[in-house]
Design a protein around this ligand. Structure first.
Ligand code: CP
Length: 311
């Protein structure tokens, strides 16, 4: 079926059927990751360009691996050593990459809206790898995949997203995805880190971590994004950890088989203790593995299907 829209900028660009198709294909991709030789020719001859204006370990590397495992040529643009450092605009950079025959541009950019601009300017398909505090759709897809691996069905499941909701593109994309799968989403954090009218997205809001955790099926802890905060939005890291950090004692309030998730990178000892991050309920490393499989499935849908590896 593939994805109807040219560019994937928001989870709202995908229908539920398209999300399900990506997640189903990701299962087949995960099988490829278990092979000795992780290589299929599906995207041979395709060019994928990673254009990251912000730091990344997981997303950039997993897109690179996903493209390479599928036979594509993957180019990473290091913005700090590219002509961007000489003042070249985003659009001129994008048009240059387009002229070189890019099929897909995967971009991370600090500005919400940068991907719309890029998508309109280039023939290549654009994938949003994170835009400011707006969205991170491929993170939400891999999170959905991970939850469904363990919980099979998300209908009515209580998913608590806890932490810096205000600056979190992960939270926004996950809310859209989880709503599409019928989950009951709770968001929790200090009032200063809660966006105005967040309840309009169809979520329950609480400032008490205990309420968010009570009988939760999934706990998604978010990183405190100090780099996006211009002024102190909470008194101290120590106080934040006391009220909104996840430790073993608080984890006991959730269901016994509740999953503990974190998109990474983690601030251990702040939003999550090392003990919880390493406990048997944590699926944080699984999220990273699934990120490669899900991005392979997305590139399969968006990069042009040449050989059917799913059969
Ligand atoms: N989860 C996530 O986006 O991680 P990176 O910033 O390392 O890509």
């Amino acid at each position: 079926m593939g994805i109807k829209v040219k560019d994937l900028i928001s989870m709202s660009d995908l229908s539920v059927a398209e999300m399900k198709e990506i997640l189903t294909n990701a299962k087949a991709m995960k099988e490829i990751l278990k092979r000795d030789i992780k290589k299929v020719p599906t995207l041979r001859g395709r060019v994928i360009i990673n254009l990251f204006y912000e730091n990344s370990t997981r997303t950039r590397t997993s897109f690179e691996l996903a493209g390479k495992y599928m036979g594509a040529d993957v180019i990473n643009i290091n913005v700090s050593t590219s002509s961007v450092a000489k003042g070249e605009s985003l659009l001129d950079t994008a048009k240059t990459l387009d002229s070189m025959g890019a099929d897909v541009v995967v971009m991370r950019h600090p500005a919400s809206g940068a991907h719309h601009l890029l998508g309109q300017a280039v023939k290549a398909r654009v994938i949003n790898a994170g835009d400011g505090a707006h969205e991170h759709p491929t993170q939400a897809l891999l999170d959905l995949y991970t939850m469904l691996e363990y919980k099979q069905d998300l209908q009515g499941r209580k998913v608590a997203i806890i932490g810096d909701i205000l600056h979190s593109r992960v939270a926004r994309s996950n809310i859209l995805g989880l709503n599409a799968f019928g989950a009951q989403v709770w968001v929790c954090g200090p009032p200063t880190l809660m966006p105005a009218r967040i309840e309009d997205l169809g979520v329950n809001v609480t400032y008490k971590m205990e309420e968010a955790l009570a009988d939760a099926d999934v706990i998604m802890m978010l990183r405190i994004q100090l780099e996006r905060q211009k002024k102190g939005l909470f008194p101290s890291i120590r106080e934040y950890a006391k009220f909104y950090g996840l430790n073993k004692r608080k984890l006991a309030l959730a269901k016994r088989d509740a999953l503990v998730m974190h998109p990474g990178p983690m601030n251990r000892g702040v939003e999550i203790t090392a003990e919880v991050a390493e406990c048997c309920q944590a699926v944080i490393e699984e999220q990273v593995t699934n990120g490669v499989a899900v991005r392979m499935a997305l590139l399969y849908s968006m990069g042009g299907v040449k050989t059917n590896v799913i059969a």
